[in-house]
Ligand binder design. Structure first.
Ligand SMILES: [Zn+2]
Length: 269
């Protein structure tokens, strides 16, 4: 699925409050690389860094160069977002916060619905489990005309999100999409999407709808495969049928996705 390209030139302001700094870790699972974001109010010296990304010296130094880091936030635990977190928090003497206490440094875990004020801006925490159990989005109500949403890997700038197995689950993911969609509908206009990979997108509501349709189509394909192969078909057999033209480099991700969908359809997640 090719999604409309919007802004998102690496290392540039992508919204009034956010600057995208792309990590040099491109790959089949990371698209162009991990998007780290530096967020602050105009005129604020201090910054909030969301997802410091992989342990790449140049990338981490670049993030630290924007100004005093008041807070480090993590959208979820995957290494391409979190690998440098402990080192970055130490280097900048900043607290780090995530849903998972294992990724917190000098501060408590994030709580759903929590409001955070730092670097002159207000952020709101929305727990959005599904890609992983600890996935979270951050709303910036003061950004752009109708706010922006840092979505991590819950919504990507291109392609679709993988439901990580066994940590992620499709049922919670569909609930999280519905929650983001309801949030977007209540915003009074297009909410900018600041994703964990790929380009920045203009409209959270339409992205949620695209993702919901894609998920429904995939589930229909899995149901059709089970009708053909038998209800107790294996993950490998279903993957062979549904993802027949998938590149070998993302085969394990395709299998994980099939496993998550089978679990959902068989009522075990
Ligand atoms: Zn991830």
């Amino acid at each position: 699925m090719e999604l409309p390209r919007f802004r998102g030139t690496p290392d540039h302001a992508v919204s009034p409050l956010a600057t995208l700094v792309r990590a040099p870790n491109p790959g089949p699972m990371t698209l162009d690389g991990t998007n780290s974001y530096v967020v602050r109010a105009p005129g604020s010296r201090g910054v909030v860094v969301v997802d410091p990304g992989p342990s790449d010296a140049g990338h981490v130094e670049r993030l630290a160069s924007f100004g005093p880091v008041e807070l480090v936030l993590l959208t979820h635990h995957h290494a391409d977002h979190s690998e440098s977190l402990a080192e970055f928090a130490r280097m900048t003497d900043a607290p780090a916060r995530a849903i998972d206490p294992a990724f917190c440094v000098g501060a408590p875990p994030l709580a759903d619905g929590e409001r955070i004020r730092a670097a002159g801006i207000d952020l709101e925490v929305l727990a959005t489990p599904g890609h992983t159990a600890d996935s979270v989005c951050f709303s910036l109500p003061g950004d752009d005309a109708h706010g922006s949403m840092l979505t991590g890997d819950t919504i990507l700038g291109r392609g679709t999100t993988i439901i990580s197995d066994p940590d992620g689950a499709l049922g919670p993911y569909l609930d999280s999409l519905a929650r983001l969609s309801a949030f977007a509908d209540g915003a009074g206009g297009a909410v900018t999407v600041l994703p964990g990979h790929g380009p920045v997108l203009r409209d959270l509501a339409s992205m949620c709808e695209d993702y919901r349709i894609h998920r429904a189509e995939r589930l229909d394909q899995i149901r059709a495969a089970l009708a053909e192969l038998g209800a107790d078909a294996s993950v490998g057999e279903v993957t062979d049928l549904v993802y027949a033209d998938t590149d070998a480099s993302v085969r394990s991700a395709a299998e994980a996705s099939v496993r998550a969908q089978l679990r959902y359809l068989r009522g075990t997640a």
